[in-house]
Write a protein that binds this ligand. Structure first.
Ligand code: C2E
Ligand code: MG
Ligand code: MG
Ligand code: MG
Length: 287
C-alpha cells in the first residue's frame, strides 16, 4: 500500500517541472545534431609545474557553441548527455579530437575527461584503441581523467579497465579527489598516475582552517604512493605559494591560465607568477 502511494506521489507534477522536462528534451534533440554540425569545440587549460612554472600539460574542456543559445557550459549539457546515453558518442568525438591535437603540443600531454557511462561502456577500451590507430596518436601523450563514482559501481571491472588502459600506455588520473565517497583504499588498489585535488579544497585554503591540513595530507599520501598531485582551481598567488611549498607537483586554475580555444592556448604563464613560484621553491629548498 505504501508502495502504491509512493508511485502515485511521483506522478504529481510540481510547477515548473514541465518546463524543466521540455528544456531537457530540447537540449537532447539539439545534442543529437550538434556533433554532425560541428558545434563542439575543445578548449585547453594549462597544467603548470609547481616549481618551474613550465606548462607541462593541458586539460581538454568541452565547449558547445549552440546556434541560438550561444556557449552552453558542460555543467549544463554533460548531465543531460550522461542521462540519455549521448555521452558515449560525444566522448568518442572528444577523444578523437584530443588525439588529433596531441601531436601538436610540443610534447606536452593532453588530459581528457571520461564520464562514468563512457567508462562503463563495454566498447570503451576497444574504441580507444581504434581512435589511436586512426589518428596515429601516442597513448603516452594522453591522460584519462576519471572520477571516484566509476570505482564504486563495479570494483573488479573498473580495475580491469584501468589496467588495460595502463597497458595501452595511457596515463590515468583521479579527478575531483575528495568530493565523492573517497576511500583511501582506492589509491592503493587502482593504478593512478595522478590525483587531482578538487577545487573546493583549494578555494578553502585561506578560509577554512582544516583545508591546509587536508591538502597537505592528500599531497603526502599521493606522493608516498608515487603519484603526481595536481591542484585544481588555483585562483590566487597565495594558494599557489601554499601548494608549491606543500610539495604539490602541478597547479591548474585561472591564476595560471583559463581554458581557451586551441589556437589561443598559452605556451607560457605570466613571468611574474613563474618568478614567485621559483622563489618559493628555492626558499623551501634552502630551508
Ligand atoms: P573538471 O574536469 O573538474 O574540470 C575543471 C573545471 O573547473 C572546468 O570547468 C574548468 O573550466 C574549471 N576551472 C578551472 N580552473 C578554475 C578556477 O581557477 N576557478 C574556477 N572557478 N573554475 C576553474 P568546465 O570547463 O565548465 O567543466 C566542468 C566539468 O564538466 C568538468 O570538471 C568535467 O567534469 C566536465 N567536462 C568538461 N569537459 C568534458 C568532456 O569533454 N567530457 C566529459 N565527460 N566531461 C567534461
Ligand atoms: Mg577534469
Ligand atoms: Mg576536476
Ligand atoms: Mg572539479
Amino acid at each position: 500500500h505504501a508502495k502504491q502511494q509512493g508511485r502515485g506521489a511521483s506522478l504529481v507534477f510540481k510547477p515548473g517541472m514541465n518546463e524543466a522536462i521540455e528544456k531537457r528534451r530540447a537540449l537532447e534533440a539539439d545534442l543529437d545534431r550538434a556533433i554532425t554540425r560541428g558545434e563542439f569545440e575543445l578548449y585547453l587549460q594549462p597544467r603548470v609545474d609547481a616549481v618551474t612554472a613550465d606548462i607541462v600539460a593541458y586539460e581538454a574542456l568541452l565547449r558547445w557553441n549552440h546556434p541560438s543559445r550561444g556557449l552552453v557550459s558542460p555543467g549544463e549539457f554533460i548531465p543531460v548527455a550522461e542521462a540519455s546515453g549521448q555521452i558515449v558518442a560525444l566522448g568518442e568525438w572528444v577523444m578523437a579530437e584530443a588525439c588529433r591535437l596531441s601531436g601538436g603540443l610540443e610534447g606536452r600531454r593532453i588530459s581528457v575527461n571520461v564520464s562514468p557511462l563512457q567508462f562503463r561502456n563495454s566498447r570503451f577500451v576497444s574504441c580507444l584503441g581504434e581512435v589511436l590507430k586512426e589518428t596515429g596518436a601516442k597513448a603516452s601523450r594522453i591522460e584519462l581523467e576519471i572520477t571516484e563514482s566509476v570505482l564504486i559501481e563495479d570494483d573488479k571491472r573498473a580495475l580491469q579497465v584501468l589496467e588495460a588502459l595502463k597497458r595501452m600506455g595511457f596515463h590515468v588520473a583521479l579527478d575531483d579527489f575528495g568530493t565523492g565517497y573517497s576511500s583511501l583504499s582506492y589509491l592503493s588498489r587502482y593504478p593512478f598516475d595522478t590525483i587531482k585535488i578538487d577545487r573546493s579544497f583549494v578555494s578553502n585554503l585561506g578560509v577554512v582552517d582544516s583545508a591546509q591540513v587536508i591538502v597537505r595530507s592528500i599531497i603526502a599520501l599521493g606522493n608516498g604512493l608515487g603519484m603526481q598531485i595536481v591542484a585544481e582551481g588555483v585562483e590566487t598567488i597565495e594558494e599557489a605559494l601554499f601548494l608549491t611549498q606543500a610539495g604539490c607537483d602541478e597547479l591548474q586554475g585561472y591564476l595560471l591560465g583559463r581554458p581557451v580555444p586551441v589556437n589561443e592556448r598559452l605556451v607560457e604563464v605570466r613571468p611574474v607568477i613563474g618568478m614567485q613560484l621559483k622563489g618559493m621553491a628555492e626558499a623551501v629548498r634552502c630551508g
